[in-house]
Design a protein around this ligand. Structure first.
Ligand code: SF4
Ligand code: SF4
Length: 215
């Protein structure tokens, strides 16, 4: 009998084989190892108590709850995880990591999954959130401090919203606000450069790419 044809479940005379399950469950057995090599995030310590999900302030908007994301990662369901809305909805508030009794670094995992989804070329479930995420990090890495004057135009360009924002008048309203803030000295024309940008980068990315070095 081929390995995939083994009976993996049997109930009321109905037998389910590995082959029958394949369309529904195609685990990537390297996924968890790659995830933990990038952390470690302690995902294997999870015993599914759901304390993370019960404390998450934005779980109502997620398609897969945080404890389910961990479970799917443990089951090698890479696609399910990386294509979820959840990883982009996550606000990185750290509530889940604080509540977890087993030290699973869930908030960091969510950030890692975002990076992995982008690296892998998976279309983000929430493209505008992903565009803002990328723009914000690039802005921060460039100077070591967020340059707010450049952040919004860069985000508009990346998210391809320029035409629609111009048409709706939203761009004009934002620019009017920016002028007011500029006059009050709350926005600057030039970025402030931080000397130790390397340290900022290491804070931004405590994990490492699969197979890569610690940054
Ligand atoms: S709180 Fe920790 S142990 Fe409990 S389900 Fe979430 S990740 Fe798993
Ligand atoms: S870090 Fe993300 S998943 Fe965790 S509680 Fe906050 S929003 Fe929810």
């Amino acid at each position: 009998m081929a390995e995939d044809d083994r009976i993996v479940a049997s109930s009321a005379g109905v037998e389910i084989t590995g082959t029958a399950l394949q369309p529904f469950l195609s685990p990537d057995f390297d996924f968890l190892a790659a995830v933990e090599a990038a952390g470690p995030f302690n995902a294997t310590h999870c015993f599914q108590c759901r304390k993370c999900t019960n404390g998450c302030p934005v779980s109502f908007a997620m398609d897969i709850f945080p404890d389910r994301i961990i479970r799917l990662a443990l089951l090698g369901q890479k696609d399910e995880v990386l294509r979820s809305r959840t990883i982009w909805i996550c606000a990185s508030c750290e509530t889940c990591s604080t509540r977890c009794p087993n030290g699973v670094r869930i908030a960091e995992l969510m950030d890692f999954f975002k990076e992995l989804a982008l690296e892998t070329g998976i279309t983000p479930a929430l493209s505008s959130v992903a565009a803002f995420y990328q723009t914000f990090l690039e802005n921060l890495k460039l100077t070591g401090r967020v340059f707010e004057t450049g952040l919004l135009p860069a985000y508009w360009l990346r998210s391809r919203q320029v035409a629609s924002l111009f048409k709706s008048g939203e761009m004009r309203r934002s620019l009017d606000q920016a002028v007011k803030l500029f006059r009050k000295g709350r926005l600057s024309a030039l970025p402030h450069w931080v000397r130790e940008k390397g340290e900022i980068k290491s804070i931004l990315r405590p994990s490492r790419s699969p197979g890569g070095d610690k940054q």
